[in-house]
Write a protein of this length. Sequence first.
Length: 239
Amino acid sequence: MTSCTYFPASESNKHKQPSNSWPAWPFRKVQEDLRALLRETAQPVAVVTALKDPTVNSQAAQTSSPFHGATLSSFSSIAMEPHPLVTFALRIPSRMATSLTSAHSSSNSHSHMVINILSEHQAETAKRFSRADLYPEPFASLPHTLTKEGLPILDGSLGAMSCRLVAASWPLHDLESLNNRGKEEKPEWQGEGVASELFIAQVIRVERAPSTAESVRPLLYYRRGYVTTDDIGTKPGQS
């Protein structure tokens, strides 16, 4: 899963850092406390799938898959009306962030990506799409079908939705730039540590949803491991 890790600034930059660098104390304490808090909350696990950036395809071997996928740790639905919107963050630099940025700026496709909500049986799938260094070709061993735009839907997922980016990504490493959106180009990450960009997408089609007859539970990330849901019920000895 994607996580944010703090790396302290060098001695030379400790007292003076650019506006888009990693925040210094007291924000470091806030980050540590927030991580500890969020470990105690269960998060849904999703995999976003898309076409690779064309420049990557041109350099890849002929046997290489044209698709790319990444496990998300920050997926959320943010609106139903007037438009169904979802959001997620990707660390940068990353191949998926590059692919989606390229698709948004150059593609006329109705859909830019598919977000697959993983089921309880797909912990291994989540691992494969979170470690490109260990699994460079995850689609080769994972069954999938294609949307009408030709994007992968992972077999066995709890549900899947085709989405289209509504705008360019938002640089979360430079909060000042968010106040000047559209007035200047997106700043590059110059600090130390992990930086992310926020993507907002409109759901244009639900590709798969569990039926009432299915007994499928979601895959969740909790306390640095994969779990699923269970009915609370009444435990023995409790009234």
